[in-house]
Design a protein around this ligand. Structure first.
Ligand SMILES: [Zn+2]
Length: 536
């Protein structure tokens, strides 16, 4: 018996069809309205699409759901766009929470502050007595007040750690911004988040992302803290999202780490909708604070950024992970990081032979032209972050002047990668950026920000056509998630993980896709989100 029939709309990837039948959680058939009448029996629920679109559920191939869910419960600066708004939000949160020993949270944006580096003095003026630690929106920097620095014993005499940098005043005193690994100097003192808090955070993220049409995600950094929460939720059977997770390779730990990752992965093998098949490695930082690893130094400096691992060591780690069956997911921003990651994957293939490993590089902001064909050659996916590919302050103020015109002309080369045969997957990197796939797809196509659509596009020749962008966010990410056998396209036999949008997004006259809304999200045919106007 067919439980559900969606009929009279656009079926993404099936131009001949306008209807989809769902039976026992799977797509039973696709066809015409006439077919749909034949599928419909007394117990069948029929949704008239009235020209709207049904898509495979979106799959976000790189994001951080536990911190996304947790952020809402802490000092929340994601909506603050200026220094003043940040300080108001911190002051307000501190006043509402007199019981808290630490004011913790995050979401400030570097483009709200001169030089991208907020100061301790600003924070001291609103919270003088308690320590404050606030992550920035991209997770690569922290903002602290004087009390936090004092408790951590960070002074003018404290050296920069090897994997980070303490922003300093002219006197050498810490200025209040901590870059990359330097965050840990203070973050280690924060009261730990409890397992219950992490579980609530994951469930909050699950609900929020279902409402955006997302049915699968790849958590880019499952940590020692969030791992037990995921396991507990999977055991309780409350996951409606298909969750692929990467176990985080921690910098600076050598002995026993590989064995620990193998144990954690195997303990979570096939637990409901949870899978932990990947290992995540940071190869570099980000360009905005000069920690992105570049082949030629930043303009006017002799600094070529940070390699988080010596390249030979990286090749050894990747080879070992590959030989133990891990999918390796590497954060790579600069062109040197991309090259070091591809070199490591090539070394792994030489040592272990080719296999269906589906390794992927995340972000790939700069790729040297010589490295473009290597993605296809090595079978490595470019897991890009589409929302970043526009002329935001991050690009025009904090990046272009420091990388110069030649490199600026090849930033976020999605079109070039696609034409070079690289498999594309999309990840939001939430909470760094919006998790809304429709806004992200819009930027991938137009290369302009949805809140300033008339703006000059960033390298428009690197824009993707709408079909390619939607495929990257569905089938492309499904491949990276090892879910392409069961999901990612609308085909009979696949799981009914689907999203219904409020218009025909493939119609040129439908307006910007970023304005479309999700009406219904199905996981194995069950509604996990329904907009109120649908009366589901
Ligand atoms: Zn990330």
């Amino acid at each position: 018996m067919t439980e559900l029939v969606l009929t009279g709309g656009t079926v993404f990837g099936a131009a001949h069809a306008d209807s989809v039948a769902v039976r026992k959680g799977r797509i039973a058939a696709i066809g015409t309205a006439q077919d749909a009448r034949a599928w419909t029996g007394p117990g069948t629920r029929v949704l008239e699409l009235e020209g709207r679109t049904v898509l495979p559920g979106f799959q976000d191939a790189h994001l951080h759901p536990p911190s996304g869910g947790l952020a809402a419960a802490q000092c929340y600066l994601f909506d603050a766009e200026t220094r003043e708004q940040c300080l108001d939000a911190v002051a307000g949160y501190a006043a509402e929470h007199p019981e808290l020993e630490w004011i913790a949270g995050g979401g400030w944006s570097i483009d709200s502050f001169a030089g991208g580096t907020p100061s301790r003095g600003d924070l001291d003026a609103v919270v003088p007595d308690r320590p404050v630690f606030l992550d920035n929106r991209d997770g690569h920097g922290g903002w602290v007040n004087s009390r936090a620095l004092e408790l951590a014993g960070v002074t003018a005499a404290t050296p920069d750690p090897p994997d980070g940098r303490i922003e300093r005043e002219p006197s050498g005193e810490p200025q209040g911004t901590l870059h990359e690994g330097a965050m840990e100097l203070v973050a280690r003192l924060l009261p730990p988040t409890t397992q219950t808090e992490w579980e609530e955070a994951v469930l909050r993220a699950q609900a929020e992302l279902h409402a955006l049409g997302i049915t699968a995600w790849q958590d880019a950094a499952v940590t020692a803290e969030t791992y037990p929460a995921y396991l507990a939720l999977a055991e309780r059977g409350v996951l409606t999202m298909r969750m692929e997770g990467n176990l985080l390779w921690e910098r600076g730990r050598q002995n026993g780490q590989l064995e620990e990752l193998v144990d954690r992965r195997d303990a979570a093998a096939a637990l409901g909708r949870l899978r932990l098949r990947g290992a995540k490695i940071f190869v570099d930082g980000v360009l905005e604070n000069f920690t992105g690893a570049v082949l030629e130094p930043y303009v006017g400096t002799d600094n070529a950024g940070l390699s988080m691992h010596d390249p030979d060591e990286l090749a050894r780690m990747v080879t070992a992970l590959d030989s133990h069956g891990f999918q390796v997911h590497m954060h790579t921003i600069g062109d040197r990081a991309v090259r070091e990651a591809l070199d490591a994957l090539e070394a792994a293939r030489r040592a272990n032979g080719a296999r269906d490993a589906r390794h992927h590089l995340a972000h790939v902001q700069l790729v040297h032209p010589d490295d473009l064909p290597r993605f296809a050659e090595l079978g490595v996916a470019a897991n890009v972050s589409p929302y970043w590919a526009c002329r935001s302050d991050y690009v025009t103020v904090l990046t272009e002047p420091f990388i110069g015109p030649e490199r600026s002309a090849r930033m976020y080369p999605f079109g070039t990668l696609h034409r070079a045969g690289a498999r594309l997957a999309f990840g939001s990197d939430w909470t760094v950026s919006t998790p809304n796939p429709l806004l992200e797809v819009e930027v991938a196509v137009t290369r302009a920000p949805p809140d300033d659509r008339g703006a000059e596009p960033l390298l428009p020749e690197e824009g993707l056509d709408l079909q390619t962008a939607l495929a990257a966010f569905t089938a492309g990410s499904a491949w990276v998630n090892f879910l392409d056998d069961e999901t990612g396209t609308i085909e009979p036999g696949k799981l009914a993980d689907l999203a219904v949008l409020d218009r025909d997004v493939l119609d040129q006259g439908a307006g910007p896709i970023g304005d479309a809304k999700v009406l219904l999200t199905l996981a194995e045919g069950e509604a996990v989100y329904a907009a109120s106007e649908l009366g589901w």
